[in-house]
Structure formats: C-alpha cells, structure tokens
Design a protein around this ligand. Sequence first.
Ligand SMILES: Cc1ncc(COP(=O)(O)O)c(C=O)c1O
Length: 498
Amino acid sequence: MTAPEEWLSFPDAPRVLHPPPGPRSRELLAAQQKLETDAVVYPRHFPIAIAEARGSTVEDVDGNRYIDWVSGISVLNLGHRHPRVQAAVERQLNRVWHALELPTEARIEFLEELVGSLPGHLRHHAKVLFTVTGGDAVETAVSLAEFARKRKGTVAFSGAYHGVHGGAVNLTSGRKFHETSAFRGGTVVRVPFPDPYRPTLDPDGGCANLLRYLEHLVADPYSGVDGLAAVVVEPILGEGGYVVPPEEFLPSLREFCDRHDLLLIADEIQSGLGRTGKMWAVDHAGVTPDIVCIAKTIGGGIPLSLVAYRDDLVPELPAGFHIGTFRANPLALAAGTEVLRLLKGGDLLERTARRGERTKQRFAELASSHLSIGEVRGRGFMIGVDFVKDAPGRTPWGDRAKAMRRELLHRGVLMHTCGPFDNVLRFMAPLVIEDELLDRGLEVFDASLAALDVPHGRAPPVPRPTAPMAGPGLVRPSGIVPPIHPAPSPAPPGRELP
Ligand SMILES: Cc1ncc(COP(=O)(O)O)c(C=O)c1O
C-alpha cells in the first residue's frame, strides 16, 4: 500500500458526491454551450466541469473525484501536473515564453534529450522539425517524404487516424508553400490494416496477403498507382480500435519500403512515449522508421509536436519548408525535457509493461464471464476492450461500449471509446497511476459490466441500489466500489446477449 502522502493523485478517488453532472457542472456546461460551438465533442461524453487535476485523478466543480483512464487521450502519460514537470515549467515561466525559432537553453536541452531517445538508429542520425499539433506533424512528415523522394503518393491504412489538417495551405497563396505541401495533389492509397480479430485480406490473422497486395501496387505497372513516396502507419491503431497487428507486420513493412525505396513514417502520436511499455511502439518490433511523428505526451499537457527524420533523407531542406508561429513553445520544451527524463530514468517503462500485462489479464478475466466482450487486446497501458453483439460473429456493439462509458462515469471512472463503431473501451491510464487506484478502477469496471450485462454463468444483477452518497472528504478504503446514483444509462438491466 502506498502512503497517501506519496501519491500524485487524490487518494480518495473515486468519490461521487453528486450524480454527474452535479449542479455547478450543469451551470458551466450551460455557459459553455451558450458561448462555444456545438462542435465540441468531449463534454457530450463526459458532462462534467473540471476544477482540479492531480496525477491520475480529476476533481469536478461539484467535488466529485474521478479516476482518469483517459489521460487527455494519451497526453498525460506522466499524469496531471507531475511535480517534476510542473517545477520545470515554473522555472521556464521566469525566463522566456515565446522565442520563435531562436535557440534557448530549454530548446537545446530538449533536442538533446529527444534525439537520444528516438527509436533504433534514428537516435544517432536524426534531425528534428517542430510542429504544433499531431495532425500538423503527420502532414509535415508526408510533405517531407514526398520532397525527399520527388514523388507524390502515400500508402495509409483503414482505421488510421492521423488528424484533420490539410486544407489551409490550399487557401494560402504563396507558390513556395504549395510546392512543399504533400496535400496539394498528392494521392493516398488506402489498404486494410492487418487486424487479427476482424481480418480482411488475411483470414489467418497474419499479413502475407496484405504484403502481396502492396507488392502488386508498386510492382505492377497496371496497378493504377503511380510513384509512391511513403507508407504512414500507426504501430498500434489508436482511434481505429487499439488493434495490435501481427508481429511480422512492421518488420515486413520495413522490408517492403526498403525494397521499393519508400519511406516508412511511424505515427507514434498516441502509441509513443512509454504508452505501450517501451519508449516507442515500434521498439517492440525492433523496427526503425525513416520518419517518426511525435505529439501528445511530449509536451506533458502543453501543446508541442514534431517530426524526427533520418538526417540523410534530404541534403538540405529549404528555409521555411514548413512553418508555424507557435512551434516549440519554450514552456512546452521545458516540460518535454522533464517528461523524457522521467520516462527514461528509473523503471517506469518496465513497470508499465508488467502492470499492463496484469491489467490486460484482469480485463480478460472479467470478459470471460461477459459475452458482451469479444476481445481484450493491447500492449502496456494501451488496452482495448472490444464489445460485440454476438461473440461468434464479432459484430461491434458500440451502444454497449458507450453505455459502459456512462456507467463508469457515474461510478467515478473516466474511460473513453474508440474503434470504427465506438465499440472499444480503451484503457489509457497515466503510467504513474498508483496500484490501489488501478485496482479500484478495475473493481468499478467489473461492477459497471455487471450492472449492464447478465454475467455469463452468474446470477442476474440486483436492481440498482439507491444507496446514500458518500460524504464529502470520505476516503474510500481500497476495494470498495462507490455507491451508484440514479441510473445513467437507459440500458435495460439484465438484458442478455442474443
Ligand atoms: C495516432 C494519431 N495521430 C495523429 C493524431 C492527431 O493529433 P492532434 O489531435 O494533436 O492533431 C492523433 C490524435 O488523436 C492520433 O491519435
């Protein structure tokens, strides 16, 4: 048991005092709705207003405390406000906040720390190009690959998510910007991602047919595809459903790219920086990409992204090849240096691999008594729980995953969906989560499943209790699931699967 004073998190989470959204959250949500676009997404899924966050927990404005298994979508691998990251940002606050591209000590420290952490031999031969968002980094990576190879065209996968940029440069009038952007006239060739659970080209769950198809695209002069420059891949599909490809996939793709002089771009924006129990998800396959896209956790919660590329790809990039006012913000760089040091120092990565394996095992045990879960998969702290209507048919059951998200919220755990039908609940807790909080979250998950399903081989659930709420400041002993508040989900209790 960790002593509470050593905790990064609120030790008494989950603590639900008011069914979310509580009264103050309602007021702030209404104010937001009045002033901000309807296009916001997360307040629909997590209708709470945040007062404070610590470690692996957040407190809403009504005093509810949640275990955070969303981590800002893998932005907070070191948790909220890690004391060492916060101290680094506070030091930088007294120096400089914006410096364009001029060197600062913060910038050089970050670059040295980053390059020394890159996958494989990239760490000995890399250049860095800063961007602002993840989408910006991916666009820049593709532009760079096309510029380096003097060809236009990229292979991308079904289920991929790489961001939503790509239009602004078409409105910008300078020819020089048009010439260096891949998104003016470049083609995208889409091929299936090898998904062992729902295979398309390879019914055995491998990727031999996929590789044969890629070979055909490049080698057959009548394939209809001309002059490709690159393949862009997420080593584990993120938004696409936490799909782990077969082991031979990345090495085969590397070999395919080498054979045809295509550049391999790894989008490590969600899977990188310790999330899978290694620094980079490609490290599991021992593959070095030519270009790697990095964002999310790299700024510790402050926007920062970049592309790192082999320094021999192009002899020299023209000045202004890719630009943007807010790139490499000094506060983000100071945070990033500390993030990298925390990930590399100590045994955080090994612990994440070990605890991730145990956590996946726990989810799998829970799944074995619930027909609504078709598969549990993942690596490290990137675990997907795939909900299905029918286990043999593997038909995605998005409504059940979304009902679980609501149920979990009401019990004090934040967990988000992904997958093409929103049918996968993803576990992406901060890597620093305390063991007790991890266990409590799993108990809440179990109780939520039981509230929605008739567990396979278990008695039907009792009707939802209307137990009194926990009192303010109540420290819930480990192992006690918080009381349930008025039913959040319209899902009929006890409905069993077809
Ligand atoms: C793998 C991957 N690439 C790119 C992006 C886009 O990043 P951003 O939202 O910062 O533009 C995301 C965002 O979730 C992502 O998961």
